[in-house]
Every structure is written in structure tokens, then in C-alpha cells.
Design a protein around this ligand. Structure first.
Ligand code: AMP
Ligand code: ZN
Length: 465
């Protein structure tokens, strides 16, 4: 079955093929590390993870690059306000980002290049644009890309060339479609930059945001690769500008597929730092939700549909996950140590429907509907004692296979905190000494802290209440 996905470049769903057989090279615009990423940002990273996992499910090897933007207008501004060096300012946000990736069960990319480690590559790329007549230095020392020099400028965002103000310059990294103009590749130092500056053929300064991704994608993936992703807000100007820089310098298409996810919304507006309507993953975890529940909520809506974030939708995710867990527990109990046999016919059909749904532009809603149909059928078969142990084991294997793509079905083992671990050991000793009163008191002490202890033939088993 072939995988079809929506390409923003052609505005159509296309069959995916990789440039190199069996190997997909994919670039994802990563976080700007000037704050803790919000869950809107994580909608993009979770969608990219689903895409990566689906490519792997289909048999491709994936090389994914996710950059860290650790020098730009926002990081410099933040470090100046905090009165610390740029590196000291961004370091804790980088660390927090990787913690959040783990909490959301996002598979690590192969490379996480940081912009500040790739200034020479950026300078080299800008030099080539200068030589090719695609860039010029202005009176203030900054270097700009000349959109007039590149006739296909605007092809991704479908800009109207008539409205472009070529020769007019825009200095900031972010701007809207009303201000299409020559954009900055290299920004000459000014006092707002403090001590953030590198030497270049055009004097001291620092790179613009867009050139960072062009330089880093080329270094790790080559001049032409398969997939470039981000949220829809990246289409213009960021991805448009990346295409212009890279294609003008290299004379070949930057990426074959441009894939963008819709926004995570709050009350009809994009969740964003500047609107102040954002939650970080930490905010949501502090309310008692888990990373798994957040991941479920973020993947359960098709990536191209706007998703409204509410606590009620997290509660719904919790209910769905509970149904999944109850079913897999039932199958585990039925399967015991029995080896997996053939799937019942209805589950074989479900496996095909699941794959067909995901192959259809990652139609995860249809894939999850199939998963819940499977649970319903499976539960009735278990109720009617019509499921053999080997079939129960095969269903578990099917869920494990689906989970290589979804990353949300397997219940992560709860980590038992050290203080509960200590109580368990004391209780073990009390029971060995047949001190039942002490054993019950310790059980009550753990229950008071939210942990339930069961005594099984294999010993004590503890789980969160
Ligand atoms: P930034 O750190 O602003 O460059 O954003 C990092 C990534 O998050 C980019 O791919 C953005 O497109 C994406 N993003 C930002 N806000 C949202 C949102 N509310 N919903 C989905 N993706 C978003
Ligand atoms: Zn980027």
C-alpha cells in the first residue's frame, strides 16, 4: 500500500516516494530556545513524530534533523533582559525541551544542530549568494536577499509578485505578507546585540533566522532532501525564505515535500506566547494530566485540522486511554505466556483498515476509529469466550505494532518514588516476620500517599491509586 500525503508546495495529496531508495531525509524546524515551548509548539513536534514513525512503519529508514534556534532577535532580547550571556540564557530552555520531548514519547531525531555551532556554514552560504548576485550589502552593513533576483520567490506561500516591494528591506526575522521585501541574511552588529557577534566578510554581526535552517539542513541532509516540516505559520516567511536562499545558492529543489500542521487553538485563536493564551506541558502536568494524555490529545485530530485545546479534551483522552488499557489488560490476562497465533479474520481486516487510513494523509481519526472497533469486537469475543489465548496474544502483538506508529498505546510503567519503595521494603520485612498489624499500617501509609499495594503470589505489586 502506498503512502499519500499533502504537499503544501503543490497544494495536493501526493504519493510519497523518497529520493534515495529506502531512506527518507527530513528536516523539522525546531524550537527557538528563549522560553519553555508551549503545547502549541508540541502539536508540531508530535505531528512530525507521527510522520516519522509512519515512514518507519512503512519500511523507510529516517534521518531527521531538528535544529535549535539559539541565536535570533528573541533569544538575544531575552538574554539581555535577563542580564546573562546568550549561552547561559538558552541552556535551561534546551534542557527543558528535551525533557518535554521525552514526556511526550517523541522519538529522538538523529541530529539536533544548534545555530550558534554553525556560523561558518551560514557565512559560506551567504558568500555564495553574494557571488551569484542574489544578495547585497546595504549601507548599514547588513546583508539582504534580493527577492527580485529570484523569479520563483513566493512559490510556496503563493505570493502575488505584483505586490512585492523588492529593493525595500525588512530587518526583523518575522513579518507578514503585507511586508514582503528583501530580507536579512546577515545583521550588522548594533548595541541591542550586546556581546553577540561574529566576524564575517561583511563585518561583525549575526545571522538572520532563515539562513540558519538553510545552512543546517544542507550540512546534515544535503542540498536536496525529501521532507521539510513545521506548523502552517512557518510557510511564510520562514520556509519561503529558506527555499529562496537554498535554491538560489544550490540550483536544486530544497525539499520535495513541504508538510505543515494546523495550529493548536485556544478559544478560536492560535496558541502563542505573544497572545499569552498558552500552556506549557509543565502547566498541564501540574494539573495532574500525563504526557501520554497530552500526546493522545495532540495526535487524535488530523494534523491539517485546527485543534481546540481544552481541559475537557484531555479528560476525553484519559477516558479513551483507559478503554485501551482495560482491553490490553484483558488480553494479557487471557494470553498469559502463550505464543501469538493468527489474528481472527475481523482483526486482520482491521489491520488493513488501520494501515489504509494512515496511508491516506495520516488519517489518524479513521485509524483510531478502527482501533476502537477492534477493542469492541475483541471485548465481545472475550465475553463470549470465543477468543483463543493465541488470538489474544496476536491482538496484543497487533497493538504493539500499531504503537510503533502511535507511540501512545503502551501504558508507561509508573515510576515508584524512593519513599514508597522504602515503605514497600519495610512491609516486606513486616510480612516475613508475620507482623500483620505493621504490614497493614504500612499499606495504609502508602494509600495515604496515593499508592495501592496488592499481595500476589509473586510478591507485593504497587500501582498509583
Ligand atoms: P517557534 O519556536 O515559534 O519557531 O515555533 C516552533 C514550532 O512550533 C514551529 O514549527 C511552529 O510552526 C510551531 N507552532 C507554534 N505555535 C503553534 C500552534 N499554536 N499550533 C501548532 N504549531 C505551532
Ligand atoms: Zn526553520
Amino acid at each position: 500500500m502506498s503512502f499519500r500525503i499533502y504537499n503544501t508546495l503543490t497544494r495536493s495529496v501526493q504519493e510519497f516516494t523518497s529520493l534515495e531508495p529506502g531512506h527518507v531525509r527530513m528536516y523539522t524546524c525546531g524550537p527557538t530556545v528563549y522560553n519553555i515551548a508551549h503545547i502549541g509548539n508540541f502539536r508540531a513536534y508530535v505531528f512530525e513524530d507521527l510522520l516519522r514513525r509512519w515512514l518507519q512503519f512503512k519500511g523507510w529508514r529516517v534521518t531527521q534533523v531538528m535544529n535549535l534556534t539559539d541565536v535570533d532577535d528573541k533569544t538575544i532580547h531575552g538574554s539581555r533582559e535577563a542580564g546573562v550571556s546568550l549561552a547561559d540564557f538558552t541552556a535551561p530552555f534546551k534542557k527543558a525541551f528535551f525533557e518535554d520531548l521525552r514526556a511526550l514519547n517523541i522519538e529522538p531525531a538523529e541530529y539536533y544542530p544548534a545555530a550558534t555551532d554553525h556560523i561558518p556554514e551560514m557565512i559560506e552560504l551567504i558568500s555564495r549568494l553574494m557571488e551569484g548576485g542574489h544578495a547585497y550589502q546595504s549601507e548599514d552593513g547588513s546583508v539582504y536577499f534580493s527577492i527580485d533576483s529570484w523569479p520563483s520567490y513566493g512559490k510556496l506561500a503563493r505570493l502575488d509578485r505584483a505586490g512585492m516591494r523588492s529593493g525595500v528591506r525588512i530587518h526583523s526575522d518575522e513579518y507578514d505578507k503585507e511586508n514582503v521585501a528583501d530580507f536579512a541574511l546577515w545583521k550588522a552588529w548594533d548595541e541591542k546585540d550586546g556581546d553577540v557577534a561574529w566576524d564575517s566578510p561583511w563585518g561583525r554581526g549575526r545571522p538572520g533566522w532563515h539562513i540558519e535552517c538553510s545552512a543546517m539542513s544542507q550540512k546534515y541532509l544535503g542540498a536536496s532532501f525529501d521532507i521539510h516540516t513545521g506548523g502552517v505559520d512557518n510557510i511564510f516567511p520562514h520556509h519561503e525564505d529558506e527555499i529562496a536562499q537554498s535554491e538560489a545558492a544550490n540550483g536544486q529543489p530544497l525539499a520535495a515535500f513541504w508538510i505543515h500542521c494546523a495550529h493548536l487553538m485556544v478559544d478560536g485563536q492560535k496558541m502563542s506566547k505573544s497572545r499569552g493564551n498558552f500552556y506549557t506541558l509543565r502547566d498541564v502536568l501540574a494539573k495532574g494530566y500525563t504526557g501520554r494524555e497530552v500526546r493522545y490529545e495532540l495526535i487524535a485530530t488530523h494534523y491539517r485540522a485546527a485543534l481546540n485545546f481544552t481541559m475537557a479534551s484531555l479528560d476525553a483522552a484519559r477516558v479513551s486511554l483507559r478503554r485501551i488499557d482495560e482491553f490490553t489488560e484483558r488480553c494479557k490476562a487471557a494470553a498469559g505466556d502463550v505464543a501469538a497465533g493468527d489474528l481472527p479474520v475481523w482483526a486482520q481486516q482491521a489491520a488493513q483498515r488501520f494501515e489504509a487510513a494512515m496511508d491516506d494523509d495520516l488519517n489518524v481519526s479513521a485509524a483510531l476509529a478502527t482501533l476502537f472497533d477492534t477493542i469492541r469486537e475483541g471485548n465481545s469475543a472475550l465475553d463470549a469466550k470465543k477468543l483463543t489465548d493465541a488470538e489474544a496474544a496476536a491482538l496484543l502483538a497487533l497493538f504493539r505494532k500499531w504503537d510503533t506508529a502511535l507511540g501512545v498505546l503502551e501504558k508507561p510503567a509508573a515510576t515508584v518514588p524512593p519513599e514508597i519503595q522504602a515503605l514497600l521494603e519495610q512491609r516486606q520485612a513486616a510480612r516475613a516476620a508475620k507482623d500483620w498489624a505493621q504490614s497493614d499500617a504500612l499499606r495504609a501509609a502508602m494509600a495515604a500517599q496515593g499508592w495501592l499495594v496488592k499481595d500476589t503470589p509473586k510478591g507485593q505489586v504497587v500501582s498509583p491509586a
